[in-house]
Design a protein around this ligand. Structure first.
Ligand code: AHR
Length: 322
């Protein structure tokens, strides 16, 4: 039913992939099987969210009977482009990827289109005027996440708020959109001001490093808005090391709601978390089956999400899946 894989060139193509590529499940079409084959180019392993997302994709592929070829780009766009080119050479049935940054994808996506391999964007979007380069985009509304974070702050400030924004990876959709939504929500509130904005690359180490520097350059910061839990947790370490109390001296708002973040929220060290759901695997596999069969799918599938206060986190923590 699916296209036959050409073995010639596979070894060569795989050799060009970065160290982290892997194939899950046996029985590929290349070895005589008849399974649908998905090439998945993951961003990296930068955060708790990403780890949960990778696990979800791997598990869902397995239970959907899809052979997954997986690569970890270590947060580098050139690695993701190499992985996608390798999947094209291997003639996989469908390519899914979460773009590290928004721009610079048209050329490689055009190669996939010419090879008649459908592409699904998952988690993050690309910034391209040619929407024919991909079939659908499954993931969160990052602007709305930023709005929720900003709205909470407008409703929970007691006096002037001097905000340090710790951004995600520069040029990544969630970094751009979470900033946009937050700014929209605080617009016109003269008692809330973003006094510093720096990238912590979505990692805990990055968040800690940025916060250490900001506490020196802006000692009067009393709010941190971190674009993910990991950076917020890194900021907490820096705040404690500076002799201040996270959650009290400095209010902290983050995005994701992974277990470690929710624990800090329940403990009062984070004040509010906007959820970003990483469990996209099942929906991704359903969409993949449909696009390979040539069925119509929605252009955009938005993930349902909520937000948590400290009290709410304490209630749901024990059942949290990631
Ligand atoms: O694209 C989703 C974002 O990427 C998550 O919020 C963050 O934790 C991850 O690194």
């Amino acid at each position: 039913m699916f296209k036959k894989i050409a073995m010639i060139g596979c070894a060569l193509a795989l050799a060009t992939l970065t160290a982290c590529g892997s194939g899950d499940g046996g029985g590929s079409k290349g070895s005589g099987g008849d399974k649908l084959v998905m090439g998945f180019a993951q961003v990296g392993a930068e955060s708790g969210w990403r780890t949960a997302n990778t696990k979800s994709v791997r598990e869902s592929a397995k239970s959907a009977g899809i052979e997954l070829k997986f690569s970890d780009a270590q947060q580098k766009q050139e690695n993701q482009i190499k992985a996608i080119r390798s999947y094209i050479q291997q003639k996989v049935d469908v390519i899914a990827f979460s773009p590290v940054v928004e721009t610079g994808w048209d050329a490689v996506l055009l190669e996939a289109k010419r090879a008649k391999i459908p592409v699904i964007l998952t988690d993050r979007a690309v910034d391209s005027s040619d929407t024919s380069l991909y079939k659908t985009f499954l993931g969160s509304d990052f602007v709305e996440e930023g709005r929720k974070a900003g709205k909470w702050l407008t409703e929970n400030t007691d006096g002037p708020a001097k905000v340090a924004e710790i951004q995600g990876t520069t040029g990544a959709a969630p970094a751009i959109d979470r900033q946009k939504g937050f700014k929209e929500a605080i617009a016109g509130k003269s008692d809330i001001r973003i006094v510093a904005s720096q990238s912590g690359d979505f990692t805990r180490a990055g968040g800690k490093q940025v916060m250490e520097a900001l506490l020196k350059s802006h000692p009067d910061i009393n709010v941190v808005y971190a674009h993910n839990d990991d950076m917020g947790l890194g900021a907490i370490e820096a705040i404690k090391a500076a002799g201040k109390k996270p959650g009290t001296d400095i209010k902290i708002i983050t995005v994701d709601a992974v277990k470690a973040g929710m624990q800090a929220l329940a403990d009062g060290e984070i004040n509010y978390i906007v959820e970003c759901n990483p469990l996209l695997g099942d929906q991704l596999m359903d969409l993949a089956k449909k696009v390979v069969k040539g069925e119509k799918v929605p252009e955009r599938v938005v993930t349902e999400e909520t937000a948590f206060t400290s009290e709410q986190a304490a209630k749901v923590l024990k059942d949290r899946k990631y």
